[in-house]
Ligand binder design. Sequence first.
Ligand SMILES: *[C@@H]1O[C@H](CO)[C@@H](O)[C@H](O)[C@H]1NC(C)=O
Length: 658
Amino acid sequence: MRSMDRFGIWVLAILLVIQSSFGFYLPGSYPHKYEVGDYLNVKVNSLTSIETEMPFSYYSLPFCKPSEGIKDSAENLGELLMGDRIENSPYRFRMFKNESEIFLCQTDKLSADSLKLLKKRIDEMYQVNPMLDNLPAIRYTKRDGYVLRWTGYPVGIKVQDVYYVFNHLKFKVLVHKYEEAANVARVMGTGDAAEVIPTIGKKDSDVPGYMVVGFEVVPCSFAHNGESTKKLKMYERYTTPIKCDSTRVSMSVKEGQSIVFSYEVSFEESDIKWPSRWDAYLKMEGSKVHWFSILNSLMVITFLAGIVLVIFLRTVRRDLTRYEELDKEAQAQMNEELSGWKLVVGDVFRAPSNASLLCVMVGDGVQILGMAVVTILFAALGFMSPASRGTLITGMLFFYMILGIAAGYVSVRLWRTIGCGEHRGWMSVAWKAACFFPGIAFLILTTLNFLLWGSHSTGAIPFSLFVILLLLWFCISVPLTLIGGYFGAKAPHIEFPVRTNQIPREIPAQKYPSWLLVLGAGTLPFGTLFIELFFIMSSIWMGRVYYVFGFLFVVLILLVVVCAEVSLVLTYMHLCVEDYKWWWKSFFASGSVAIYIFIYSINYLVFDLKSLSGPVSATLYLGYSLFMVLAIMLATGTVGFLSSFWFVHYLFSSVKLD
Ligand SMILES: *[C@@H]1O[C@H](CO)[C@@H](O)[C@H](O)[C@H]1NC(C)=O
C-alpha cells in the first residue's frame, strides 16, 4: 500500500513537470473569430524538399523580412523534433478586404553567393510553406485534365537553363461566417480539441465575424519595374496592375539584380464549416487500398490461426482420448507425432545465453509497443490530428517515458523468472533496460544531427533541445525504469512447471538450419504490413499527410496477432525436432520482420525517392530508417517472445498433469 502511494505521488510529480515545461497546447484547435478589417498574419514554416529531406529556415533565402523582426513561434517539442520552424512573415491581410498589387519589398542586389544558393534551392525543388491561421497553403495545378493538390509552392523554377523565382503571390482565403454557439458545440465533436476556449458571450452580432476555413495560393513570376518601386514602402500599392498568370514566368534571377516581392489577396465566402476545414487536406484517397491491406492481413492471420488450432487440438486431445477409448493404433501414431517436444522436458527452461540482454530487449520492446498502441489509439480517436502539428511526436515521447515503468518491470521480472527467483543483478538489468534503446537511438540521432548541423538545416535539433532531451532521459525515463524494476524485483517470479536437468541434452542434427526458418518466418508479418508501409513511408518522406490512424490501429493489432502466431508455431516446430533453445529464436522469429522492412525502405529509397540528392540526404534517410527498424524489431520480437513463453509454459504445464 505504501509503495502504491509513493508510486502515485511520483506519477503526479512527473505529470506536473511535463505539464509545466511544455504544456499540451493544441494549436488551431478552437475557432478564431476575426472581425472585418482585423489583421491576419501569414506565418511561414521551413523550406522543405522531398529531394533532400533537409528543411531550411525560410529566411535563409533572400525573402522579405517583417518590419517588426523575425519571431519564432514554435509551439511544442514535437514540432522542433520534426524540423518545423514557424516564423512570422510580412504577408498580412485584412479580413474580408480584397486587396491587389501590394508591394512588399525590394531585396538588396543579389550577391554571387546568394544567387548560387537560390539556384541550388530551386534545383533541389525546395518549396515555401506559408500558413494562415494554422492552415498550410494549398495550391492547385492542372495536368492532363486532372486537378492536383499540393501544399506550399516552389521557390522557383528552371526553364531552359534560366532560373525564375515566384515573387508575386495570389492568395485566396476562404471564410465562413462566425455563428456563436453552433461552432463551439461542433468543435467538441471533431476531437480536434482537448480544451475549448469558451467564447464569453459578448453579443456583438452587429459586427460580422469570419473564420478562416481555406487558404490557397497561386505563385507567379512577375518582372516588376525596378525604377518605380524605389520609393515605395511596404504595403503601398504598386504603380501598375499586376497580371498574375501562373503559366508564364518572367522574373529571372541575375547577379547584381534585386527582386521585388508583391502579393494580392481575395476573400471568398464558403460553405465549408470550421470543423471540416481540414478535409481538403485529408481527402480520402485509396481507402480501398487500406481495406485490401486489412483483408490481406486477415488472410494471413486465419491461415496461421488454423495451424495454431491444430497444435492446440493435438496437445489437448491427448487428455480427451483418455476418456474416449481410442484404438491402440491411432494412439501410437499420435504419441510418435508428439514425442519430440516431450523429450526436451528437462531442458526447455534451461536459461538462454545472454539472458540479461534478452530481458532488456523484451523490456524495451514492451515499452515501444505500448507507446505505439497508445499513441496510435489516441491519434485514431482524433486527439493528435494533423491539424495540431507536432503533437504526434510529443505524445510519442511522453508515452514512451511513462512506459519506462513497464520496461523496468518486465525486464526485471523476466530476469528473475529465468534465474528461478534469483534477485541478484536486477539493478543492473533495470539500468540496462533504461539505457539500451534510448542509448542506441541517441547515438544514431546525434550522428545524424551532426550532419544536419554541418549543413545548417533547421532539421538539426538545437543544442538547448538536446539538453532537454538528455534531461528527460535521465531525470524522468531512467528513474521510472528503475522504479519499474523495483516492482519487478518485488513481484513473485513465474514458476516453471517442470524441473531442468543438470546435464544439457544434445540437440540432434537438423534438416534445415534454424536461422533459415527464423528468417523465413519474418515474411508473414511483413505480408500483413507492406501495403500500409507504403502510406506511412510517403507520409514521412514525401510530406503527405497521414490521417488514417483508425486503419493503422487495426493494422497494428493484426500485426501483433500475426507476430504472436508466427513465433508460437515456429517454437513448436523447433521443440518437435528436439531443439530446446527457443528463447532467442522465438524473439527473432517475429523480430526478423524488421529486416524485411529495412530492405523495403532501401527499395523505397532506390525506386520512389529516386531524386533524393546527395550522400548527406541518403545517410539521413538510412539513419532514420535504421532507427525505426530497430524499434520495430524490439516491439515485434517482444510480441513473439511473450506468446512463445506463454505457449511453452502452457504446453509443459499439461505434461505435469499426466
Ligand atoms: C473578392 O474578390 C472575389 C473575386 O475576385 C469576389 O468573389 C469576392 O466577393 C470579393 N470579396 C470582397 C469582400 O469584396
